[in-house]
Design a protein around this ligand. Structure first.
Ligand SMILES: CC(C)(COP(=O)(O)OP(=O)(O)OC[C@H]1O[C@@H](n2cnc3c(N)ncnc32)[C@H](O)[C@@H]1OP(=O)(O)O)[C@@H](O)C(=O)NCCC(=O)NCCS
Length: 189
């Protein structure tokens, strides 16, 4: 019996500490720590982040978010989260809600705190993370957003995530089902 091809071997992520990634211009990505709980609570209280990420966070949930979503998922190689830091201050988050090493596929997600918006933070963080994922050996990075979320569509398009289509009525938001744009970027040859 022949075995399936594997894009990236198991252990390639959990076998290394989660890296700090330089995004240029004083911006870097680093793992979340428990001291970030307050900024996470504030982030998910922002109406735009609450709307598009479909949740709020209490202080206890924020700690669980750091330990579970941001730490255990790295160990399990099922996803990851990075704080986006500008001059020592957390201004946003970029992460991998989905990671399939064997298939060479991940999905990215991001938000930027209101005071950090409008100066290219999401795009630079996304570009730096995508470069790192391609060096890791991933083949395809996907990005999805509600068709009503124009700024996110712009961030995706400006960073090489081509629009592949619309997933109809694909995600339930507080105001009902939203059509979702599917964007993706492929590893360079
Ligand atoms: C989407 C988000 C991450 C963008 O972060 P950012 O660092 O401020 O993004 P930028 O300033 O680099 O780019 C936003 C782009 O959208 C454009 N834009 C902003 N508001 C817009 C609108 N209402 N309609 C169309 N385009 C808009 C900006 O002009 C900019 O494009 P440009 O660089 O060509 O001028 C941020 O607004 C955010 O966190 N929003 C709430 C959470 C969210 O939407 N997360 C993504 C879920 S998929």
């Amino acid at each position: 019996m022949s075995s399936l091809p594997v894009a990236v071997r198991a252990g390639a992520v959990s076998g290394q500490p989660q890296p700090v990634i330089d995004a240029g211009g004083g911006l870097h990505l680093r793992p979340f720590v428990e001291a970030d709980a307050d900024v996470l609570v504030r982030a998910y209280a922002d109406p735009a982040i609450e709307r598009w990420h479909r949740r709020t966070l209490t202080g206890d949930e924020a700690l669980e978010w750091v330990r579970g979503r941001a730490w255990h998922r790295w160990q399990a190689e099922t996803g990851a989260e990075w704080a986006v830091v500008d001059g020592g201050v957390v201004v946003g988050r970029v992460g991998l809600p989905v990671l399939h090493l064997g298939e060479g596929v991940a999905e990215v997600g991001y938000w930027v705190l209101p005071e950090g918006r409008g100066r290219g933070v999401a795009g630079r963080a996304l570009a730096a993370l995508t470069d790192w994922l391609f060096v890791l050996g991933l083949h395809r990075i996907e990005l999805m957003h509600s068709v009503l979320n124009q700024p996110s569509c712009r961030v995706a398009a400006k960073n090489g995530f081509g629009l592949e289509g619309t997933r109809r009525s694909a995600l339930l938001h507080p105001d009902g089902w939203h059509d979702m744009h599917l964007h993706a970027r492929l590893a360079p040859d």
